[in-house]
Design a protein. Sequence first.
Length: 464
Amino acid sequence: MNSLPDSSSIAPLSGNTASDTARVVRLAPESELRIEVEFGYSLTLKLIEGVAEVFGCEIIVGREYRFSGQKLGVFTWQAAGGADYVADDTPMPIFLNIHTALEQRRATAETMKTSGPRVVVVGAHDSGKTSLVKLLLNYAVRQGRQPMFVNLDISEGGVTMPGTVSAVMVDQPIYPEEEFGSLGLDLTAAGGSGAPIVYHYGFDTPNENTKLLQRLVGHLADTVTARLVEDDDARQSGLIIDTHGCADHNEFELLMHIIKSFSADVVLVLGHERLHSDLLRAFQQQPQSNISILKLTKLGGVARRDKSFRRQSQVRKIREYFYGHPGNCELSPFSLVVGFGDVNIFRVGEEHLVPSSALPLGADRKAGGTRLVAIEAGDILLHSILAIVDAAPRSASTAGAGDSTNESQTQDEEDFLVLANVLGFVYVSDVNSAKRKMTVLAPSATRLPSNRLVMGVFKWAETV
Ligand SMILES: Nc1ncnc2c1ncn2[C@@H]1O[C@H](COP(=O)(O)OP(=O)(O)OP(=O)(O)O)[C@@H](O)[C@H]1O
């Protein structure tokens, strides 16, 4: 039935071939095989017969799927047989019930020409939020829906880079190997109704700049709502929103802001008893709110990822942005030489993040945290990931680093740019301060789509 080498027989990339350790595993109905593959190892999965899925995406009989640095469950509803090395304490029947209830709301929205469910998935770290989001999106797509996926889990990057918040309409499955990368987004297509909406936050935890994150969430919610007004299918399919793990009070405030900004009507709370009761209490005080808050226990299968595994996942995400997914969709990035005078570089205006070597040019630090400050290009950029953001409308007349003498005009632009859509990213592979030039890795050989670049905390040495 299902041919699945399990995690105990993973072949090192440089070592044995998969055939040395291949094993056939039979899955009973409603059971799953849990697989954990560390970075530096790979595992090939092939379905011999039957029907199985990974986070709601059906896998194809006979095709080889290769995983590395990933943890996943291969689930079957129907297959019969023994149950070696598999788990039957799976939450899938509960998730299917949730999907069915959401689908009923979508059908009603279609008939009544209203909006579909607006679902937020919240919970503890490593409780399975992203996995549930993928599953609900995949099930909706299998049903012919086009839900909006909103990613507010800034540490993972969703459809693009870590350190961003984004929204994209999903009309194709999220394949298990490439995960969200399989949606194959073209950020430079920004503007069209199907184009992703991406804003740059620049950090990988909410606490680093909660005020900025709240501002971006509010802005993203407004943009998504405006987009849905024009798109009946997406509006009736609704939203599925992934969030960062909630551990403290700050994060609770942020979750409340997310729920309110997106007018969420379904909140799924995974593995976090206290968060569930805090949310219930908060919404009991607002009896007019029409919201369902459901508690789901964190069930077996969801794997813990330590700091190093998470960091390696981020690095892979960054690499895949430029090079694509090995074997499936490989990309060839280009090296471009960019003069310091040809670009304007900004950074989020947190004082402690701006070293004295990168003092802002006439910037207003008093505004504190939720705007950008212009910084001087130089060695500080080496190995940084820079977001290319849509230039401010007025910028055509003020282009060029440091040419803005009008302080209030500079401040307007800094305020505008923090909310500007991200058009893509470059990686700074070399800086030559003496010649006032830097070399960047870019996904395309054409000129950068904007000369406004924003620096976050993410550094990546390409050799990693
Ligand atoms: N049934 C399963 N079997 C094996 N691994 C699983 C299963 N379900 C989820 N995982 C893995 O467990 C890990 C954690 O799950 P997930 O990313 O969904 O949690 P999360 O709550 O979104 O985490 P975060 O704290 O980053 O927000 C992931 O690597 C995921 O692929």
